[in-house]
Design a protein around this ligand. Structure first.
Ligand SMILES: Cc1cc2nc3c(=O)[nH]c(=O)nc-3n(C[C@H](O)[C@H](O)[C@H](O)COP(=O)(O)O)c2cc1C
Length: 407
């Protein structure tokens, strides 16, 4: 059922109310092409049945250390050998305690202890283990759980969450498992090469909105999807990311600090006050070139017959950042309706920036996929049409090669 070469993930599900979210996580991973093998603890099986996970993953579900159906009876060894990661969601307090102490009294704890995977060069390495704690706030805050978590971090286990909020028991506090889509993002992010580890990246995304009066304004067509994908890709690559966004209705990528602005001048101020200390600045926003010279404080009535708008120029944020005494590595975007190469190259020269990403408006505006060409001192690099997140990862890799040419 799964394609050959698919990323294999062992998903452990232990006994917590949040086990229902693991079904959605399975679905998201499978939809993304992963080959998911679910291991259900006895506790987990009280909350969600093996049938659900088998139907969603297309693979048999493992529950019993003593199950003889694997030919050598060694599921606890063999399941992780071809796996890229073990993800345990939810990870109960009980499971975490066992893991921290090296107990191995059921299939999940035993395979976590025996985990190993084949590296790219064939050498064996520890299979990465990511756990998503889920429990009542008192259980989470208890000294025993905190001691176990500290020990697991020391042992190299990646802890995802937990979040704070309403709990199934009716209490409010820390200990809620992350939502399935958040876990999915974190797991996928874990697999991306950390090409920008320790770097700081500032981006702009979306349109700007230049008010004419309290209900009208001038804006540009921009969904913000490309900028948000780039913010996500930079975060996945290990960077500390700040995203200055115009008005869009998109969820903030995990781990990204977002600053919401409306007008070009707000965006300019937000960028200039934060740019210092960033190694990379990526200007994806479709900033309005002009704004109304005056903004009416009250709604302009139809009877006033406003026929002429006087406009004035907005600041050129990218050019201003590129002209700083020690500018970050600046990346611009050029969305053109024709003559892409000539216009994008001219924009790169006029703004004095090292890299510009050009795309034809008909290829990407508002869509989930894009087709772009990168222009820099080395010439042009066309990228194959792909989903915006894929394109964003390739742009991040290109930027990382330019700022660390020797890596
Ligand atoms: C209704 C109910 C809900 C529970 N929810 C949680 C939970 O959210 N987190 C947790 O750590 N334990 C929870 N427990 C306790 C665990 O299920 C219990 O510690 C069990 O032994 C865990 O087994 P496992 O870690 O092997 O799956 C809950 C128990 C019950 C009866």
């Amino acid at each position: 059922m799964n394609s050959p070469g698919a990323r294999r993930i062992v998903l452990g599900v232990s006994g917590g109310i949040a086990a229902y979210k693991a079904a959605e996580l399975t679905r998201l991973l499978v939809k993304d092409g992963a080959d998911v093998h679910v291991v259900l603890t006895a506790g987990g099986a009280h909350f969600v049945t093996a049938v659900t996970f088998q139907a969603l993953s297309g693979n048999r579900v493992w529950t019993d250390l003593w199950d003889p159906s694997m030919s050598n009876n060694m599921a606890h060894i063999d399941l992780t050998r071809g796996a890229q990661a073990i993800v345990v969601a939810p990870a109960s307090a009980d499971f975490l305690a066992k893991l921290a102490n090296g107990l191995a009294d059921d299939l999940l704890t035993t395979l976590c202890l025996a985990r190993q995977r084949a590296g790219l060069d064939g050498a064996l390495a520890d299979c990465p283990l990511l756990v998503a704690p889920a429990m009542n706030r008192q259980m989470w805050e208890s000294p025993a759980t905190q001691r176990n978590i500290a020990r697991l971090i020391d042992d190299g286990v990646v802890i995802l969450g937990p979040a704070a909020g309403d709990q199934a028991c009716g209490e409010v506090g820390q200990g809620r498992m992350l939502e399935a889509d958040e876990l999915f993002e974190d797991v996928i992010s874990h697999f991306q090469p950390k090409l920008l580890a320790g770097r700081r990246v500032l981006l702009t995304a979306g349109p700007t909105f230049e008010p004419i009066d309290p209900v009208r304004g001038i804006t540009n067509s921009s969904s913000g999807k490309m900028g948000f994908a780039l913010a996500r890709a930079a975060h996945e690559a290990g960077a500390q990311v700040t995203l200055v966004s115009g008005p869009v209705s998109l969820a903030t990528p995990r781990g990204v600090a977002r600053v919401d602005v409306q007008s070009a001048r707000d965006m300019r101020d937000a960028v200039i006050s934060r740019v210092q200390g960033n190694e990379v600045f990526i200007a994806v926003a479709a900033v309005a070139d002009y704004r109304p010279a005056e903004t009416a404080q009250q709604k302009i009535k139809r009877s006033r017959e406003l026929r002429t708008l006087t406009l004035e120029s907005n600041p050129d944020i990218l050019a201003e950042v590129a002209a700083l005494p020690r500018p970050p590595y600046c990346v611009g975007f050029a969305a053109e309706s024709e003559n892409l190469e000539a216009y994008a190259s001219a924009k790169r020269i006029s703004k004095n920036i090292p890299l510009i990403v050009g795309n034809l408006i008909q290829d990407g505006l508002g869509a989930d996929d894009n087709r772009v060409i990168l222009f820099d001192d080395n010439g042009s690099t066309p990228l194959a049409p792909a989903p915006k997140l894929e394109i964003a990862r390739q742009i991040v890799a290109h930027v990382a090669r330019r700022i660390h040419p020797h890596r």
